[in-house]
Design a protein around this ligand. Structure first.
Ligand SMILES: [Zn+2]
Ligand SMILES: [Zn+2]
Length: 310
């Protein structure tokens, strides 16, 4: 593409280009577009003006006098223009649009390349945003603020490729971290509980002597409080101090149930519970259970289950 340089005579005669075209089997070494050997025009596709695409021979080191075979490659005119737009030579930092992934043709030819530090830092920073939309916004903002997209080569495609590479890298690392982080955290929490003699919910339920309904009600009303765990996460079980599970008789009597819980406790339909409750003359709860808070008076009724069991 450069001018005012000393091309060897075999280049000027076209002999070198013919040899490189043949070596590439008349196929663009980047995109795989195939060419008619006789006319050196693409079998498919035309440029914007409807002219057939032409095949070019490119100097990898951008130094036309160097017509050594390993410095030459056959390209369609689109790939050639794009490559010059990127300005990449073997041994250079990869252009932004590669997202630090050398394309197959670079790997195929075993060409040396160096990572692009801007892409690397972009990929590092993107890891700290958690929501996909935030990450995309972050990346776009960064690209715009740095003025990274420039030149004649389709800026949207460049940006898409960059975003795609950065996001894919981010997702992969996030997945890896998620897979490895979850298990140790759970184990740490279990160890923390074991060190203090705390038990998980199933064990707490069995030691409390309560039914699951009573246990749930007692939890809800603050009669039983799980130990605050430094590893509080939705996937970590809640732990209890067994010493605090021995509800005394008074606390047990103060146990308040919702109507639904009381019906479930007795194993009868809600309507039957309501009828029995009316017959037994059971009224609003008196007193406030320890630890209860909020508008519990309106929601709960003290239920003397022994009375109801008759
Ligand atoms: Zn070139
Ligand atoms: Zn091509």
């Amino acid at each position: 593409m450069a001018t005012n340089v000393n091309y060897p005579p075999e280049w000027i005669s076209g002999a070198i280009q013919a040899r490189i075209r043949q070596r590439a089997n008349y196929t663009c070494e980047i995109c795989g577009l195939t060419f008619d050997p006789a006319t050196n025009t693409a079998r498919e596709f035309t440029d914007e003006d409807g002219r057939p695409l032409v095949g070019h021979v490119h100097h990898l080191d951008h130094f036309p006098p160097n017509c050594a075979d390993d410095n030459l490659m056959f390209l369609c005119q689109t790939c050639h223009i794009r490559l010059h737009g990127q300005g990449w030579k073997p041994g250079d930092e990869m252009p932004l649009s590669w997202g630090n992934e050398p394309p197959p043709w670079v790997l195929r030819r075993g060409l040396p390349y160096r990572p692009n530090p801007i892409v690397a830092s972009l990929q590092d920073s993107a890891r700290y945003a958690t929501r996909k939309a935030d990450r995309a916004q972050f990346l776009i903002g960064l690209i715009e603020s740095q003025g990274w997209i420039s030149g004649a080569v389709d800026p949207l495609a460049e940006m898409r490729a960059l975003l795609k590479a950065a996001l894919a890298e981010y997702e992969t690392r996030l997945d890896e971290r998620g897979r490895t982080a979850e298990i140790p955290l759970r184990e740490q929490a279990a160890q923390w509980a074991a060190d203090r003699g705390f038990v998980d919910r199933a064990e707490a339920l069995s030691r409390s002597g309560l039914t699951p309904v009573e246990f749930a009600a007692a939890l809800e009303q603050g009669l039983i409080v799980p130990e605050p765990c430094p590893f509080e996460q939705s996937f970590i079980p809640r732990y209890f101090d067994p010493a605090k599970l021995c509800l005394d008789a008074a606390a047990h009597r103060a146990l308040l149930l919702t109507r639904e819980q009381a019906a479930a406790y007795l194993g009868v339909p809600l309507a039957v519970f309501e009828r029995r409750r009316r017959e037994a003359g059971i009224r609003h709860a008196q007193g406030r259970p320890p630890g209860a808070s909020g508008p519990w008076e309106r929601l709960y009724r003290k239920v003397d289950v022994d009375k109801l069991k008759r």
